[in-house]
Write a protein that binds this ligand. Structure first.
Ligand code: NIG
Ligand code: FE
Length: 416
């Protein structure tokens, strides 16, 4: 059924004009239509001003079936959260409490906690339990405006448990109304049984896990945590190349804990996105700019583990394609609220409101290769949008810490 939403005081289209992303200065252009209207069924049919809509109706060009009065609210594309780890077992609030008393994220990892605590909880969980955790977090995210996700495995670290995580993600994709891209992250850490045999575990990833993931069609992307204390450049490269050989695209955890050179490696391998980038070097920034690999920033993580923020200004001013995502996970950033992420981006990374919106919508969609279908409100794209109870998009940032999203629409249907 065709629906019209009218009286939208701030209609943020993030108009892409057929481009798959916006880079650098172009991120500032979000195509706001004041006093706007939108016509859609499953897809967006038309956007314009209320004035133009009235003309079209009077000329008989449109026969409205259902009209919604937005009563001066704001409409934006739904957020695309292109980096999450929301399917996991167990709970790390005790480790978090220790961090509040001064123990660092890395110290906890060195003691055998951190990611490995969640690995233990995940191995003990059933698929149903994993789906239940993921469902609760995803539904919360949708209430806060997320209309598409990427979800990673990475807390199983054995063939059986990695497949179990990806099966749980597949189940969420089948039952939730939103788009979900799936990423194999077997190279998130080394499991305890391979602590002293990295090559043995990498052999298992390359010779058993990746072929099985491909055969079962359980993931579209392959990821690796290439950083100080985790995968070396050589180790990460072996995993990523095996992913490529099996037809998976790459998304890579890069330079999160140190300037490690992993951003350069990711761009050399043609990764779709390089994520985190807290310590990315100038060489890494230049490589991102030249390659067109999306620079996905996760300011919630810097906040949550008290690290310096990624150099968002430098990346944007250098002309890179910057996306924002939550990194929602039980250890380094436990929030599924993209409005919080946008708030951190503008206040602590000096992004403008416009850049933050582009990064969390169109460029997020580009980071999961979906920007031809979603991420902006333009004729032909899927009708994924949110109605926020604020007079202008600026108010989303100005009045922070609360949920402004009143309705979330996916494929032209209201889901919240
Ligand atoms: O993206 N960087 C690696 N992995 C996660 C953290 C995982 C965890 O602590 O459970 C991240 O920050
Ligand atoms: Fe992550």
């Amino acid at each position: 059924m065709t629906t019209i939403i009218t009286n939208i005081s701030s209609l943020v289209t993030v108009n892409s004009d057929g481009k798959k992303h916006k880079a650098g200065r172009d991120m500032q252009n979000i195509g706001e239509i004041q006093n706007g209207a939108m016509i859609f069924d499953k897809e967006i049919k038309w956007v314009g001003t209320v004035e133009q809509l009235k003309q079209q109706i009077s000329q008989g060009l449109i026969t409205p079936t259902k009209i919604i009065d937005a009563k001066g609210k704001t409409v934006l594309p739904g957020f695309v959260d292109s980096h999450t780890h929301i399917v996991f077992g167990g709970n790390r609030s005790l480790e978090f409490a220790r961090r509040l008393r001064g123990v660092t994220y890395q110290q906890i990892a060195e003691e055998g906690g951190g990611i490995l605590t969640t690995v233990k909880g995940t191995r003990e969980a059933t698929v149903e339990e994993l789906v239940e955790t993921g469902r609760k977090i995803a539904n919360n995210a949708i209430k806060h405006g997320t209309t598409a996700f990427e979800m990673k495995s990475g807390y199983g670290l054995s063939t059986e448990s990695e497949i179990k995580l990806l099966e749980a993600i597949k189940q969420l994709r089948n039952e939730l109304p939103v788009h979900i891209s799936s990423t194999f992250l077997g190279a998130h850490d080394f499991p305890p049984e391979f602590r002293n045999n990295h090559d043995g575990y990498i052999d298992l990833i390359c010779n058993e896990m990746i072929p099985l993931v491909k055969e079962k069609k359980l993931a579209e992307f392959c990821d690796a945590f290439i950083d100080k204390g985790y995968y070396s450049l050589d180790e990460g490269e072996r995993v990523l190349k095996s992913g490529l050989e099996h037809g998976l695209k790459l998304k890579v955890h890069c330079d999160e804990l140190a300037d490690f050179g992993s951003t350069k490696l990711a761009t050399n391998l043609g990764a779709v996105s390089a994520d985190h980038l807290l310590f990315v070097s100038d060489e890494g920034i230049n490589a991102l700019k030249q390659s067109g690999t999306v620079a996905t920033l996760l300011p919630g993580t810097a906040y949550f583990i008290r690290m310096p923020y990624a150099p968002a200004r430098k990346l944007i001013d250098s002309g890179c394609i910057v996306a924002l995502a939550s990194d929602c996970n039980p250890g380094s950033c436990f929030t599924e609220n993209m409005q919080t992420i946008l708030s951190l981006a503008v206040i602590n990374m000096n992004m403008s409101a416009e850049e933050a919106i582009t990064a969390a919508t169109l460029n997020g969609a580009a980071a999961i290769c979906q920007s031809d279908k979603m991420g902006s409100l333009e004729a032909g794209k899927i009708a994924n949008f949110i109605i926020a109870d604020v007079p202008s998009y600026t108010d989303l940032f100005y009045h922070f810490g609360i949920n402004h999203v009143e309705e979330t629409w996916v494929n032209g249907a209201m889901v919240v």
